[in-house]
Design a binder for this molecule. Structure first.
Ligand SMILES: Nc1nc2c(ncn2[C@@H]2O[C@H](COP(=O)(O)OP(=O)(O)O)[C@@H](O)[C@H]2O)c(=O)[nH]1
Ligand SMILES: [Mg+2]
Length: 320
């Protein structure tokens, strides 16, 4: 077993941090580490928290950490901010708010930005969650801004996806359009101290009637006021209810299978692309395209052909 994997499984937090850096930097040992930890997942409940910027996700996560800690549960947090210009991730405000947890050994917070994520933000984030699960947190919270395909991708690995909305924001239509309605397992009306809560409830229920009218799980709606520490126990009880549903219906296992199957293809895709790109860094097709001498399809076909011929050569050499 890779030394880092072993340490991480033995609850060495620095090894966890280094492991995630390996993922971000696409370190040569990355796949070995992931292989080693694969069977070591401790079954953390992964909760994705998504919603527009300013919806109060970070405030909520911060309070939720406190709540979970009061129940003696350990918590890993991945804050995904693709807009963040530095790999340190989260905004300064988030950092200050989160700072109180930095000295608690039962909490580990990691921000992921686009930079310093060579394998792609979504993939790196999913892998980071794997490492956190192998480390053994009881709960893993993933905060993402609810925009774009990569966010939806990340959310697919969550056991429970929570969508944060605010009263009076007109978010519901956005959420509906972005395809987030389909992946939502529960809704959180945060800033429930503001006017318009019951109107928002009605809007969400209306959307659910359209999208989830015959679904076996109808997403419930929690109300929170994160600035006043309100609604957290209710939120947690809804998460637990969803978790029971996943176990009892078998949907949790089916979902895990789908995720693993997809992951195989993702890794193959990424590693193949990397190899092809390495091999073709100075491919003559680049100039041919520039001079418009070749069409992209012919170029692609010849790269694929060249690549598979090289592979064949390699295996023949090995056999001989
Ligand atoms: N009134 C009210 N404001 C809130 C609540 N939760 C968060 N906020 C405020 O909303 C703003 C954005 O919060 P933040 O957690 O950074 O949102 P994020 O972008 O979704 O992570 C901050 O000024 C918070 O103080 C709430 O429950 N009620
Ligand atoms: Mg935030």
């Amino acid at each position: 077993m890779h030394d880092l994997a072993k340490k991480l499984i033995d609850k060495d937090m620095r090894a966890l941090a280094r492991g995630i850096s390996y993922l971000e930097n696409d370190h040569d040992d990355k796949l070995d580490i992931l292989k080693d930890v694969h069977d070591q997942g401790k079954g953390a409940h992964i909760i994705g928290i998504t919603g527009s910027p300013g919806a109060g996700k970070s405030s909520l996560v911060n309070r939720f950490i406190q709540y979970l800690r009061s129940k003696k549960l350990t918590v890993g947090i991945v804050a995904v901010d693709p807009t963040s210009p530095f790999s340190g991730g989260a905004l300064l405000g988030d950092r200050v708010r989160m700072a109180e947890h930095f000295t608690d050994p039962g909490v580990y917070i990691r921000s992921m930005g686009t930079r310093g994520s060579l394998g792609g933000l979504a993939r790196t984030t999913k892998e980071a969650i794997r490492l956190m699960d192998a480390y053994g947190f009881d709960v893993i919270l993933v905060e993402t801004v609810g925009v774009g395909q990569s966010e939806l991708d990340i959310m697919k690995v969550a056991d429970t996806t929570a969508v944060v909305l605010n009263p009076g924001s007109g978010d519901v239509v956005q959420v509906f359009k972005a395809g987030i309605m389909e992946i939502a397992d529960l809704f959180i009306i945060n800033k429930a101290d503001l006017p318009g809560v019951s109107k928002l409830m009605t809007e969400i229920e209306g959307m659910l009637d359209l999208v989830k009218h015959d679904a076996p799980w109808r997403p419930p709606i929690a109300q929170t006021i994160s600035t006043q520490n309100k609604g957290l126990a209710e939120l947690w009880s809804l998460v637990e209810k969803h978790r029971s549903y996943l176990v009892e219906s078998g949907e949790g296992e089916r979902k895990k299978t789908r995720i693993l199957q997809e992951e195989v293809l993702e890794v193959v895709h990424y590693e193949l692309m990397k190899k092809i790109e390495e091999q073709n860094q100075h491919g003559s097709w680049r100039e041919q395209i520039e001079r418009r001498e070749i069409d992209p399809y012919t170029a692609a076909s010849s790269i694929l052909l060249e690549f598979s011929e090289d592979r064949n050569d390699e295996s023949t050499t090995k056999e001989g």
